[in-house]
Design a protein around this ligand. Structure first.
Ligand code: DGT
Ligand code: CA
Ligand code: CA
Ligand code: ZN
Length: 583
């Protein structure tokens, strides 16, 4: 186990002990030790090998023994026993917003509640409000929390789905009985949230493929298993459907199961208009529903199906019946952005504010990845929870970055750090004065706190930032956190119009928790000539991987290389960064 995994176990032990009503000293010691481990700057196994664990503050003898056991054996019987002694439903109850270990313990001790379902019933019967330390308000909040969780139980971030689906697809691809395979459904269409994962395989031996699939790692249970279909639950609780078809059927099944439903409906209508029938088994010369192979119009690929219906190929991301048919008919489906066309990210954090890595670590990692540039845009002073920088610190960081860039130049390297800021949009001004902003290469303006419930209010604040000549782009336009926090109210169209007017760019925040501005708004922005910047908003070097995800959402928003600023090489980018200021 590495330090993050050990920290996770220690955190869980702390919670389990709290659920048992252990004394707070003991429970807190575990939480504190977990935090200490997470912030270590060297590998845990080395510290243990050199017997230096005892030198770390807050890690006493008992903890040392447990940590050593976890790192060396990957197991801890103490933890397993503790976990087994507590009903699993109690742990699940902790996921309800506003319900902590103390409350769970009280509910269990006083009302005998052992599961979320029992808790909901008790709330509805009004029993929870009567408990000491709860009350009407808390009871209502618990009911709301349970409802919220239920709505989202079958909704997952696309990144969580990809994490489990991609390795499984690779395993399927390598199986000798598999001829072709693909994901389908909303995952292939790259929706930001997916309900389940769909796999499609063509094979002459479906039973073999099904048997293989259901026994792969990453599959926690099998809900249904037939001759050509299986439904399973993947790690993380996502459901997955696998369908196996003949290779002749594959393109038709792929088109059908990729959807969307809305897209499929139009496809079928077009077939009918041409005296044909389209379904998951094929395209048939027939006026009635059929799957008679003698009537089949053979197609070896999705491209051929589209061609038979007088359409250019529609990339999966565009299959939402959002105008793709008019474009495909006119041969005007754009060549969508490829993530490899991106050269860097213009909104990222370092350990000067709330990021995890040093400037040097960032340079090394991004250079290695083949980026041309990486902007450091740490938070401004008003974001004090995120250790926002005051003007003096900003200037100090500028010096630091200049030094690093000079060194890179000396070494003959083309990679550059760009000096920037993610400046807070305050109630009536920006967090920094114009003269400081003017010294920076890159200025991202974001709304982080104090947004109003009034759309006009928020819009006005953002418009003021757009009008500032030193603001290059707006960061995460609506502040949403997918599956967690609703966007704040803002008139996106008015802001896009103002960005068009002033030459301000809009960020596509590529964090899979945000994907903000939403893909549905990009065609409008594009029609107004507003440029997109795909930004990682990286807080760790690993977040550079978000570029690929952001590009997927950009494709869903119909964006091409020309629409995205950070497809530019460094010299052209530097020119564009000066354009608005020159006006
Ligand atoms: P999801 O899973 O809720 O995120 O969304 P999808 O689009 O992946 O939906 P899913 O998994 O229920 O079905 C996969 C595709 O299969 C769907 O996009 C279109 C096709 N499909 C499923 N059921 C129907 C249906 O009743 N009518 C039509 N036309 N297509 C369907
Ligand atoms: Ca699906
Ligand atoms: Ca499905
Ligand atoms: Zn940021």
């Amino acid at each position: 186990m590495d330090k993050d995994q050990v920290a996770e176990v220690l955190t869980e032990i702390g919670i389990l002990l709290e659920l048992k009503g252990e004394n707070p000293f003991k429970t807190r010691a575990y939480a504190n030790a977990a935090r200490t481990l997470e912030s270590l700057n060297e590998p845990l196994d080395r510290i243990i090998a050199e017997e230096r664990l005892g030198e770390i503050k807050g890690i006493g003898e008992a903890l040392q023994k447990k940590i050593t056991e976890l790192v060396t054996t990957g197991k801890l019987p103490y933890y397993d026993e503790l976990k087994a002694s507590i009903p699993p439903g109690l742990f699940e109850m902790l996921q309800i917003p506003g319900v902590g270990p103390k409350k769970v313990k009280a509910l269990h001790d006083k009302l005998g509640i052992k599961s979320v379902a029992e808790l909901e019933a008790a709330c509805q019967a009004g029993k929870v409000a009567d408990l000491d330390g709860f009350g009407e308000k808390t009871q209502t909040k618990i009911i709301e929390g349970i409802t919220f969780r239920r709505t989202y139980a079958s909704r997952h971030l696309v990144v969580s789905a990809l994490r489990v689906a991609e390795p499984l697809l690779e395993l399927l691809r390598e199986h000798p009985a598999v001829i072709r395979c693909s994901t389908a459904g909303s995952l292939r269409r790259f929706k930001e949230i997916v309900g389940d994962v769909d796999f499609l395989v063509s094979s002459k031996k479906p039973a073999q493929v099904i048997e293989f699939f259901v026994t792969q790692p990453g599959i926690v249970s099998v809900s249904a298993k037939g001759d050509t279909k299986a439904t399973v639950i993947l790690e993380g609780g996502i459901q997955a459907d696998l369908r196996v078809v003949s290779d002749a059927e594959f393109p038709f099944a792929l088109a059908y199961f990729t959807g969307s439903k809305e897209h499929n409906i139009v496809m079928r209508q077009r077939a009918i208009q041409r005296g044909l029938r389209l379904n998951e088994y094929g395209l048939f010369k027939s006026k009635e529903e059929t799957r008679d192979p003698k009537l089949l119009v053979a197609c070896n690929s999705e491209e051929e199906i589209y061609a038979k219906l007088d359409l250019a190929f529609v990339p999966p991301e565009l299959r939402e019946d959002h105008g793709e048919f008019a474009a495909a008919e006119a041969g005007k489906i754009p060549r969508l952005l490829e993530w490899t066309e991106l050269h860097g990210s213009l909104h990222n954090h370092s350990n000067w504010s709330d990021g995890h890595n040093t400037l040097e670590e960032i340079v090394e990692h991004m250079q290695e990845l083949g980026c041309d540039y990486w902007a450091i845009t740490d938070h401004s002073k008003s974001s004090f929870q995120a250790h926002g920088l005051d003007p003096a610190r900003v200037r100090q960081q500028m010096k630091e970055i200049k030094k690093i860039n000079e060194r890179l130049a000396d070494e003959g390297t083309d990679f550059r750090l760009l000096m920037g800021s993610e400046v807070d949009i305050l109630k009536d001004k920006l967090d920094f004065d114009d003269d400081l902003l003017a010294e920076l290469d890159v200025v991202v303006a974001s709304l982080h706190a104090g947004f109003s419930s009034d759309e006009a209010d928020n819009t006005k604040r953002l418009l003021r930032a757009v009008e500032n000549p030193y603001v290059h782009m707006l960061g995460h336009l609506t502040g949403r956190l997918l599956l967690e926090r609703e966007p704040y109210k803002v008139n996106q169209q008015a802001i896009i119009d103002a960005c068009a007017e002033t030459g301000t760019w809009i960020e596509l925040n590529a964090s899979p928790y945000r994907f903000d501005m939403d893909w549905r708004m990009w065609p409008y922005a594009k029609s107004k000539g507003v440029k997109c910047v795909i930004n990682c908003d990286a807080h760790r070097v690993e977040h550079a991987g978000f570029l690929r995800l952001g590009a997927g959402i950009a494709r869903k928003g119909w964006l091409t290389k020309a629409d995205v600023i950070n497809t530019l090489p460094l010299d052209k980018l530097m020119k564009e960064l000066k354009r608005k200021r020159g006006k």
